[in-house]
Design a protein around this ligand. Structure first.
Ligand code: ATP
Ligand code: MG
Length: 349
């Protein structure tokens, strides 16, 4: 099996955590007989420094031609300052890349690792066993509808087409098939017309795929995520609800440094894999960032880019074992450096 990936280290702790994730990818590729090819490209603030724009043409072309893209993080206070004087923002690169790669399905797993119960704000008996995959629609809805700015009145439109709902529903069903197969769809169908369309299309896709689906209203879901998070497996929802609920789910499961994400397009097209944390300028360059979010993103890349399920599980198992054996970076209340954390995972591999 061959795997050709583009690495976008980006800014702040981005290069530190993608470097760690590549060490793990290389090790697991060797043992699984995967022929890994990877190359770094400038992106975000680093690309603004190098050539004045956050998403250079060459970077975009390489991403579109790859099997998958591994991203660190973009942004930083220096760029925020420069943007006030009219410079482009690193984050514009990310939005452009999502659009050009047509990444309509955002997958965010939130898992409470055994032994890390103390990292959750919830009581141990409530949060134990939590392992949720949120599938958020990423290119439609309120964030992409027409807007009218105003100081007396303003308007944001929330459009969805059946086709947009269908393709993300299929991605969620696919993801649920690789897990326990329990699918929950979140909407506000008692009020919103788009939610009624959402529900109708999700029901049809689920029926076609022979999968059961439970519908939960978003306000109730916000309650259940803190009262009984371990009840959920795959949760499918639209853009705005998914934005809010996925941050809530990652807080329930602990540190921001642990959580990975995958943004997917149509089957056969490359996806984008990145930790959910930002560039963390406060700790950048110190070698103390937690690399696990990036390492788990590499596992998602193996799973969703080339279907290398065994290799993906090996990485996830090694992370779980390393945490169980006591690995704690600073964000988890310990003192392990990025390099020590990477070595601890490599050892478990
Ligand atoms: P963005 O706006 O880019 O999404 P942010 O500024 O909201 O991000 P982060 O950059 O993720 O937030 O940082 C938030 C806090 O979490 C910071 O104190 C940072 O040091 C810490 N943090 C983020 N990622 C990690 C990590 N991988 N390891 C350790 N600490 C981290
Ligand atoms: Mg930030």
């Amino acid at each position: 099996m061959r795997l050709n990936i583009v690495v976008l280290p980006g800014d702040g702790i981005g290069p530190e955590v993608t470097g760690a994730a590549l060490d793990i990818l290389e090790a697991v590729s060797r043992s699984e007989g995967i022929e890994l090819q990877h190359r770094d490209y400038p992106f975000g603030g680093a690309a603004i420094d190098a050539c004045g724009q956050p998403l250079p043409e060459e970077t975009l072309r390489a991403c579109l031609a790859s099997d998958g893209v591994l991203l660190g993080a973009v942004g930083g206070p220096g760029y925020d300052e420069a943007a006030k004087r009219g410079a482009p923002r690193p984050e514009q690169g990310l939005l452009g890349l999502r659009r050009e790669m047509n990444l309509f399905a955002n997958l965010r797993p939130s898992r409470l690792y055994p032994g890390l119960e103390a990292a959750s704000p919830l009581r141990e008996e409530v949060v134990a066993g939590t392992d949720i995959l949120i599938v958020r629609e990423l290119t439609g809805g309120l964030y992409f509808g027409e807007r009218e700015e105003g100081t007396v009145s303003a308007l944001d439109r929330l459009p969805y087409s059946a086709e947009e709902v269908e393709r993300v529903a299929r991605a969620a069903v696919q993801a649920a098939k690789g897990r326990s197969g329990k699918l929950v769809s979140v909407d506000k169908a008692n009020v919103l017309a788009t939610s009624r369309l959402w529900r109708m299309v999700v029901d049809r896709v689920a029926a076609e795929e022979g999968m059961e689906v439970e519908h939960i209203l978003v306000d109730a879901m916000a309650m259940y995520l803190v009262s009984e998070p371990s009840r959920f497996d795959v949760v499918l929802t639209e853009n705005l609800f998914g934005d809010i609920l996925s941050d809530q789910a990652s807080a329930v499961a602990g540190s921001v440094g642990l959580a990975p994400s995958a943004s997917l397009s149509d089957p056969g097209r490359p996806g984008l894999f990145e930790p959910i944390h930002g560039s963390a300028p406060d700790i950048a360059g110190q070698g103390i960032a937690n690399p696990i979010g990036a390492i788990l993103s590499a596992a998602l890349l193996l799973r969703y880019a080339i279907g290398a399920e065994t290799a993906a599980r090996k990485i996830e198992g090694a992370v779980e074992a390393a945490l169980a054996a006591g690995l704690r970076t600073r964000d988890l209340g310990g003192r392990a450096t990025t390099m020590e954390a990477t070595k601890a995972v490599l050892q478990q591999l």
